[in-house]
Design a protein around this ligand. Structure first.
Ligand code: FAD
Length: 439
């Protein structure tokens, strides 16, 4: 069902490999342009170094390789002025404060949000102050806190590729991520916060109990056959993310003997070609992310791109809308409307959301800076996609939950990453069949 057959259906999504590859060919130039050529999508603000792993002591699993390091932006003049700490601090103060959840609920529907942000300051231009996430978020926000906290990173200058990070540290994180897939259809009643904390505590207990021991049977942790669609989707998202990371590290692999970077076909064979279900999960994620971008089309029409340069902002917006248009004009890739419909599993959506938040928390346990950076970008990207798929009304504009700048940047960059994986897999596949790796 999920074999590498160009006509096979990417089960759970409503399309085939060949349809998605055609869509990929159409979207790729627009995606490359957006992620490589615009400031808005090139700079990502996150808390890369200051958050401890909340689940176990990871001091001994740090990666010391040069390839694991991230070049953060020390000189703020490289960043568009509006995002600099100095400028952001000007935006702070009563009128520019991000309205907390309670405030937002109290806001009369006829009063625009901008009122609380200052007349000329759009919400997407402001660093939010409340550390608590919106109950509709699927990810723990990473860019928040007082202006000046966190690091700016150029995603263009810190490509995701082989770093040498491996062994127990990496394995423990992947194991913990897959353990999040052990859903119980009925989660205990309680507040959202206590449930999230409880899910986190459960995970912590698992690792305290087993320490750093795990059973390495060489098998992927598959979901059980009788698992529902939602649970299968959760598994496929994380497995697809894992497989996409594997694709990138095989595509840009480092030969330590010769000191050169090369496309490692054996790595691809071992990690992907012999595991067609992992490849299928990459395509599943491509279907899910393109649907999210298409669904956000209307919302993006009124989105403010605030680099401080109106001409550049206009161009960025046109490029994003063109991407969303192309995604919307393609085949219908994913049908989110069939999920979370069964009245027997009312708590499932919340459980799903809490578990995905834990996956995002686990990124602070990744002991390689570069891997942590891309792990955070991609979990935030999937989190944004899930928020759009399950919390947005496609036809509404202002009433949808707020999409933070980091969420939009992460979504587009995550799609670009998966798009790159789809590209690399097609080339690797030819190389396995013909021995020729034409790049
Ligand atoms: P791993 O990839 O560590 O896999 C562990 C086990 O999980 C496997 O034995 C298999 O049973 C199962 N598994 C493997 N793939 C899948 C899948 N797709 N679906 C389901 N189960 C699967 N390394 C880099 O070089 N560059 C990076 O940018 C990078 N980013 C990372 C980001 C994160 C968040 C993490 C946790 C690790 C990252 N790594 C990165 C490390 C990399 O993912 C591997 O862990 C490492 O290369 C060791 O690989 P491995 O062969 O031991 O198997």
């Amino acid at each position: 069902q999920c074999a590498i057959d160009p006509n096979s259906i990417v089960s759970d999504a409503c399309t085939s490999y060949s349809d998605l590859e055609r869509l990929h060919a159409q979207l790729e130039p627009a995606l490359d342009d957006l992620t490589q050529q615009t400031d808005f999508f090139a700079y990502y603000r996150l808390n890369l170094y200051n958050k401890a792993c909340p689940f176990w002591n990871d001091e001994n699993s740090m990666c010391g390789n040069r390839a694991c390091a991230v070049d953060t932006i020390e000189d703020e003049s490289a960043i568009p002025p509006i995002w600099r700490a100095e400028e952001l601090s000007k935006l702070e103060g009563a009128r520019a404060k991000h309205p907390g959840r309670a405030q937002r609920r109290e806001r009369p529907s006829n009063r625009p949000l901008q009122y609380q942000l200052g007349e000329n300051v759009d919400e997407s231009c402001v660093v939010e102050e409340d550390d608590e996430c919106d109950e509709r978020d699927y990810c723990i926000p990473d860019d928040e806190g007082a202006a000046g906290k966190g690091d700016y990173v150029s995603l263009v200058n810190n490509t995701e590729r082989y770093t040498g990070y491996s062994g127990m540290g990496a394995r423990q994180v992947w194991d913990a991520i897959y353990k999040e897939n052990c859903f119980s259809a009925k989660s205990p009643r309680g507040s959202l916060r206590s449930k999230t904390l409880q899910a986190a505590q459960n995970l912590k207990n698992v690792f305290q109990e087993y320490g750093r021991q795990h059973v390495d049977d060489g098998e992927d942790l598959y979901p059980l056959d009788d698992e529902c669609l939602e649970q299968r989707a959760f598994y496929r998202i994380v497995s697809g993310m894992h497989a996409s990371i594997s694709t990138h590290l095989c595509w840009e692999y480092f030969n330590q003997t010769t000191g050169t970077w090369f496309h490692n076909v054996d790595c691809y064979k071992e990690r992907l070609h012999t595991h067609p279900e992992r490849v299928s999960n990459i395509y599943f994620n491509y279907a899910l992310l393109t649907r999210a971008v298409a669904k956000a089309r209307k919302h993006l029409e009124s989105y403010t791109f605030c680099s401080g340069d109106p001409e550049q902002d206009f161009e960025t917006k046109q490029k994003v809308l063109a991407l969303a248009d192309k995604a919307a004009a393609g085949p219908h890739t994913f049908d989110e409307s069939v999920m979370f419909q069964d009245p027997g599993v009312m708590d499932l959506k919340e459980d799903f959301r809490n578990r995905f938040r834990n996956v995002s928390r686990l990124m602070d346990c990744v002991g390689c800076d570069k891997c942590r950076l891309w792990g955070k970008v991609q979990t935030a990207g999937y989190g944004a996609a899930l928020k759009i798929l399950f919390e947005f009304d496609e036809d509404k504009n202002g009433e949808n939950p707020h999409l933070r700048r980091t969420e939009l940047v992460a979504l587009v960059n995550t799609l670009a990453r998966v798009s790159h994986s789809v590209d690399a897999i097609q080339k690797f596949r030819v190389a396995v069949n013909t021995g020729d790796l034409s790049v």
